[in-house]
Every structure is written in C-alpha cells, then in structure tokens.
Design a protein around this ligand. Sequence first.
Ligand code: SF4
Length: 459
Amino acid sequence: MIQIPSPQLIQKYDRPGPRYTSYPTAPEWSEAFGPEQYHSHLARADADPGPLSAYVHLPFCREMCRFCGCNVIATHDTTRADAYLDLLEKEIAMVAERLPRRRAISQLHWGGGTPTFLDEKQLARCHAAVARHFGFAPDAEKAIEIDPAITRKSQIDVLADLGFNRISMGVQDFEPRVQETVGRIQGEKETRELVEHARARGFHGVNLDLIYGLPFQTPESWAHTLDRIIAIRPDRMAVFGYAHVPWAKPHQRLLPVDKLPDTALRVQLFLMAAEAFGKAGYRQIGLDHFALESDELARAQDGGYLYRNFQGYTVRPADDTVAFGMSSISDIGGAYAQNAHKLKDWGDHVAAGRLPVERGTAMTADDILRRFAINRVMCLFRLDLGEIEQKFGAAARQALSPSLIQLRELQDDGLVTFDGDVLRVTPLGQLLVRNVAMLFDAYLPKHAKDKQQTFSRTV
Ligand code: SF4
C-alpha cells in the first residue's frame, strides 16, 4: 500500500512529466511519419502470426465536460455518427487490405468520446465494420467506455449480443457541487442500475473511473463518493488525477482555478481512495488502478505479466494494436502512428482513399528497450536487470547504466532501492513513480525548458 511522502518530498517531485502511456511519448512523434511509413509498418506487422488488438475511436459526446482531456466533438445531432461510420467503414477496409494475413483480434476496445452516443443500430453497424474484415479469438476481450448518464439498457443489450464483455463507466465524483462545476451531472442510481444490468447481461468486468483534483472536492465529500462507489462493487476502479493543461485543452479554462485542490489535498484524496479500496478488498494495480483480488489484473501483477497501454492496464497485450477513427493511435510493426486529429482532416484523407495518418514515430532498438524498462517500473514497481539482459542482451544493461547512476538521489530520498540487479519502487515512491520512470526517458532532457507546457504534473 502506498505511503504518504512528506510535504518536502512532494514539493520536490511534483514536477511536469509524462504519464508514459507510450514511449517515446507523443511530443517526440513527427509529421515526417505519414501514410507511407504507416503502410510499411502495417506490412511488417502482417508477417507476425499473433493476434491483434484493435481500438476504435468514437469521438462524439452530447456535452463537453470541463475537465475532459480527450479529443471530443460535442453535439446533439446523432446523425453525425452515421457520416462518421461511413468513413470508419472505409478506413477499416483500407487497413485490412494491408493486413491480408493478420486478421485475428484478441482485444477490441471502443473509446471516445462516448461510444454510446451511437444508438442501437449504429452500435451494431460499427461492430459489423470491424467483423466484416477481422475475426475474433474465442476468448476475445471486447471492451467499451460508456457514459451512464446517456446510456440506455437497450444499448447494453445490443452490446452484450455483440459479445462485449467489459464495460468502463466514468463516474468522476458523485458530489452535486463538483458535478455542476465540471458540467457533468450523473446520478448514483442510474450508474448502479446500469452496472446491475450489464452484469445481468453477462459483462464480467465492470470498471468505474473516478477523478481526484476537481474543483470543490473536499475530504468529506470525497469520502462519501468512495463509500457509494464501494457499495456498487465494481471489479476494477481507476482513480485518475485531474490533469489541468489549459494550454492544450482551452475548455478547461471554464473551471474555477482557485477552487482546484492544491497538491497536498490531491495527495490526501488519492490516499483516501487507496485506503478505502484496500479495506474493501481491492488491490492496487500500478499507479492508479484497483482491482478485486479475484480479478485477472491482480493475478497478472503477481505473475509479472501486467502491461500498460493507451487503454489502461492489461494482462494480455497483443504485440500490435491497430487503431481506427480520428486521432486514434496505432502501435504496430514497431511504430506509433496517429491519425489526423481533426475530424475534417481525417475524413478528407479517408474519403480520398489515403491512410489518414498525420504523425508518428518508428521505434529504435533503444526506444524498445526503454519502453520495456518504463513499463516494468510503471506496472510492477520493479525492474530486474537480469531480465533486461536475458531479453535484450548484455549491451542493454550498459545502455541503461547512466539512468541507474541518477537513481542515487531517489535512493537517498527513500523512493527506490537498488541492489545492483533489481530496482524496486518503495511504497513511499509509488505515488511519485512517474519520476522514477523519467530516469529511463532518453528524450526528456530535450524538454528541460518547455516541460511546463508539454506535460501534466506528476502528483
Ligand atoms: S463524456 Fe467523457 S469524453 Fe465526453 S466530454 Fe465528458 S469526459 Fe470527455
């Protein structure tokens, strides 16, 4: 269980830094990586016989939540989803054509936006667009993110019939004052009813997302939210720190900055969640997730096969993820490739029959090594140099040694231990783990001057 760092330590390590959902992180990607490069990495991925992971980005939401960090289109016009699906079908066909041999999917994830902005017919159409070209492994995980405030039980029924088995619902906070301020009103009753309905329809993994660090959150109001969340008893929970990045997300300027919890209160809110969930039988997974002891994430943590990607923590990552829809990110054939960020640009490319990739990066051998090391630190709070040597060769250990020398200060501050072979993040260092991962990031020194405007704060 996470320990409370002293205010001095928090102050020292609360600095801007990446969240490491990818490495190299997005600021390193370049527009020199475009459709042609994506094409060649798809060809490389096609030679791999393993199953794929697939992500579909559905960007529409009825309203814009003021804390949102996603790429979203706020609209009440549901027919816009039909036009989007026309293009999505075309993009999926274009990519599938370039993966003639690799058509098995072991994980499907729909995110957004709000995928249940789509009505029942549109949901089925979206699934058919994927299923027309790809097959699903018998034990495939099919996951969807929903907004309980706008999701009907009949939509859950359609998703269950399509084989979806994991569902993730944003809750953020049940406190009315917080909800009104962030522009997202959502009752406890509707959330609970939807969870019950999803379970009755065979969803075996229900995840609820909370956010700490929102305006007007207090220890008392937060304790109340935690109690009510625990009473719903989801299988997994994620407790994200609100990232205030108004230079990248201008709508966040609508939030009252003077009502945002300060760092000390943010830490307190997170630790309250960790303690309450621990007492209720949940295990902490990585930085910000919690899972019932019976959940496969807990077993993966014990077995050392827990991974992290853009969609969160996972136990069975396919080696490659192919992504569809505006702004979505593929991680395929040794490269990250991101689709055009704006709906119009993405649509224009697809309509013209071009792969809609706007930027990306081809990973070097050093990137792959460091990605592995960072993943280990962020998921398992541990990095074994013996494992590094076994997997990447003796030179890899050498390549990481400058980072290990810099560990000294973190050791002195009690955030990590290192016996010459195994680095362990201590319970005290877990809340500050992004700082440990940052040591292995070869690109970070480049951002010494502009870090403030590039990354969110690490606490
Ligand atoms: S519903 Fe989710 S994706 Fe949509 S605006 Fe709110 S937080 Fe963002």
